[in-house]
Design a protein around this ligand. Structure first.
Ligand code: ADP
Ligand code: MG
Length: 698
């Protein structure tokens, strides 16, 4: 086997290769563009294109593509070959700076929420040099942003880059004010932990619910679920282990630093975590990771399920978005410092985050809202739909002492005065125990835990970056004209004031309890349970002001995204509802009828032999199944009627609400009756595998 360091990043046009391949001045110009976002001259782009093509061709590539992230939530690519025919009937491989920098896919079929009329359907893609190009299946993939001809963002990368810039600008202002003249930029970093399920492809192929919707729409719980907690961190089964090994290799080749892998809580559930990266690179890599996970599974006769809730009754899958901010000088701003000055700096950024999350909790909730993720949030397996912050006892004590002007006493020997106090580095053990919190401080970063497993991590980071940028900009307004000799005092007052104003968002207790739901309501915190509940917040003035102020979205972009989110929600439930009724009619009901027939035959034939042979067991079963089958049919007719009604309704929030209730409720009803019948039906009668088969036989 090849050595890992040799294969690592083999398929990435990374910094080392750029340095090797590019003339010195070109390399320098490119680095400057990557680091500072400066404009790249065409001659530089041409030189980069030539080097990139040579490298790609040497590594087996024949095509290139602008790789982008339209509002579908997936990545998109359109491949062009490098070949260019010559007069003598040969071809040469060509690639120009112009082709590298800009593309014009005819991308009229991507969701645009009404931004693009069909007559101006072309969008364009623009190279993001800060995310490295890579080779996938013989194609050089160039990460790009995707915009309309009039400049509106049609993707997730553009606003993400804007939000990183906004945060950098505001953070640098504050840092300079605090005397850090050497700091030029601040980047945000993200490490997304990815959960997933692995099931056998033969099982998958037999279930149209998994095929069409990514989740099971019916299926009785298996006798054993996750209650023994024996799967979590358990030994990997050989097939799973082989898959994970292969996956690591594929990811490493793409320069994706896959680091941790383990079994998760639910049977057949696993997790993969990479080492963190700059946010936009981490987002691209997470998209690529999800793609490679699925592809690698196929090679092993498995299917990788990324849906947020593939199976009822056991945990669904999420993504933990570990997030922090680092200066260009390498300081992690969420690392509590060793000196009083570092300490103040940490506290001011902490205060900004607390203010940001409290003021824009609804936007945080919005950023993780989807039909799939609605199954998890608030279902006592993932954080509740109520957004709050977990700080841990130690940090909460620090904050309390600042609020109350008392002394923070860490232990017998160390007494710290607030304002000029040194906050110790935290032990992870002190900070990471609470798994029920949506947004937890974990030593030197925050972990946003409400994300769904299948979604791009771009949107949560757009919101987080923007909200924190906004809080920092408010702080700057308060502090900017304060004379130098009064600055310490003012900073202290600002921190104190912020903690006092926003303490309602801090909650260190168990987020799964009913008491918390009540208490959160008393504190005035939102509990936005479903996607239709939260979506209107996106087009409220507060949201429009936030995003337009920092140049993240124009109002048009917000409204178009709102439309896309609504539409996506409606379509998802519509497909699920149609799949469910088809599956009941074409797979499930015939199985039930066959079983009833076989019971009837048994009763009749027994009776023919002798009236002394009891048929009461069969009769009881037949009676029960028949009765439930009747009920199933009634529920199915109600579902039919509501689907039909939905199909005649106009698009919009009312339709989304209609899909949530009654359509989704109808589905639940059908499901609960079907699951009740399924436990009576012998496995051989069922045309698709049960939960027990799927979850315990890989
Ligand atoms: P867990 O949360 O499961 O205990 P770890 O704390 O080891 O796991 O790490 C979770 C993720 O947090 C990893 O992807 C890691 O790279 C990432 N991480 C660590 N430091 C930072 C940081 N400063 N910014 C963003 N992510 C980080
Ligand atoms: Mg974690």
């Amino acid at each position: 086997m090849e050595k890992i360091p040799e294969i690592y990043g083999k398929l990435v046009f990374n910094d080392r290769i750029m340095r090797d391949k590019l003339p010195g001045d070109v390399y320098k110009a490119l680095r400057k563009t990557i680091k500072k976002g400066t404009h790249l001259e065409l001659d530089v782009a041409n030189a980069v294109a030539i080097a990139m093509k040579e490298w790609a061709v040497e590594n087996g590539a024949t095509h290139f593509t602008h790789w982008f992230q339209p509002m579908t939530g997936y990545t998109a690519e359109k491949h062009d070959s490098f070949i260019s025919p010559t007069d003598d009937g040969q071809v040469i491989m060509e690639f120009s700076g112009k082709e590298l920098v800009k593309g014009e896919p005819d991308a009229s079929s991507f969701p645009s929420g009404g931004i693009r009329a069909t007559f101006e359907a072309r969008g364009y893609t623009a190279w993001d040099p800060s995310s490295p190009a890579f080779i996938k299946d013989g194609t050089l993939c160039i990460p790009t942003a995707f915009c309309s001809y009039t400049g509106e963002a049609l993707d997730k990368k553009t606003p993400l880059l804007r939000s990183m810039d906004a945060l950098s600008k505001e953070a640098v202002q504050i840092l300079r004010l605090l005397g850090n003249d050497d700091i030029e930029s601040v980047i945000t970093t993200v490490g997304p932990e990815q959960e997933y399920f692995l099931i056998d492809e033969k099982d998958y192929a037999k279930r149209r619910d998994l095929i069409f919707t990514g989740r099971t729409l019916i299926g009785a719980p298996s006798p054993k679920g996750q209650e023994m907690d024996d799967h979590y961190f358990g030994a990997l089964r050989p097939r799973v282990s082989a898959y994970m090994h292969d996956l690591d290799l594929e990811l490493w080749k793409l320069g994706i630093p896959a680091k941790t892998k383990h079994n998760e809580v639910a049977p057949a559930q696993h997790e993969l975590a990479p080492v963190f990266d700059t946010t936009n690179v981490a987002v691209d890599r997470n998209q690529l990771t999800m793609e490679v996970m699925k592809k690698t599974a196929k090679k092993h006769g498995l299917v990788c399920l990324l849906h947020e809730k593939p199976f009822a009754g056991i945990n669904g899958s999420g993504k933990h978005n570990n997030w922090s901010m680092t200066t260009n000088t390498g300081i992690n701003l969420l690392d509590p410092g060793k000196t009083p000055a570092e300490n103040t700096q940490f506290l001011i950024f902490l205060a900004a985050i607390i203010k940001a999350v409290d003021e824009y909790a609804d936007m945080m909730r919005l950023s993780v809202a989807s039909a799939g993720n609605d199954h998890r949030l608030g279902a006592n397996e993932a954080p509740p739909a109520i957004i709050s912050i977990f700080l841990g006892d130690e940090l909460t004590a620090v904050i309390d002492s600042i609020k109350n002007d008392t002394f923070f006493k860490r232990d017998e020997n160390v007494v710290m005065e607030t304002g000029a106090a040194v906050i110790p580095h935290f032990n992870r053990d002190n900070t990471d125990r609470n798994r029920t919190s949506p947004f937890a401080f974990t030593g030197n970063k925050f972990e946003f835990r409400s994300l769904g497993s299948s979604a791009s991590v771009a949107t949560p980071n757009i919101v987080l970056n923007t909200a924190v940028a906004d809080a920092l900009s408010d702080f700057y307004e308060v502090l900017k004209d304060v004379p130098k000799d009064k600055l310490d005092e003012s900073v202290h007052a600002l921190i104190k004031d912020t903690f006092a104003k926003h303490e309602r968002i801090i909650f260190n207790g168990n987020g799964y309890t009913d008491e918390w739901v009540k208490e959160a309501a008393d504190r005035g915190l939102d509990n936005l349970k479903s996607t239709p509940d939260v979506l209107p917040r996106f087009i409220a003035d507060k949201s429009i002001n936030l995003f337009t102020k920092h140049g993240i979205f124009t109002e048009t972009e917000i409204r178009s995204r709102y439309e896309i989110l609504l539409e996506n929600y409606c379509k998802t439930i519509h497909i699920e509802a149609c799949t469910l009724r088809e599956m009941i009619r074409q797979d499930f009901a015939p199985a039930v009828v066959k079983y009833m027939e076989s019971l009837s035959r048994s009763i009749l034939s027994k009776k023919q032999i002798s009236s002394r042979i009891s048929t009461s067991a069969e009769e009881k079963m037949l009676e029960k199944v028949s009765a439930e089958y009747e009920a199933l049919y009634v529920a199915l007719e109600k579902l039919d009627a509501d689907i039909e009604k939905a199909e005649t309704m106009e698009d919009g929030l009312d339709l989304a609400k209609f899909y949530h209730d009654p359509v989704f409720k109808d589905m639940e009803k059908v499901r609960s009756i079907a699951d009740g019948i399924e436990i009576h039906i012998p496995e051989e009668f069922l045309p698709y595998p049960t939960y027990s088969r799927i979850l315990f036989y890989v």
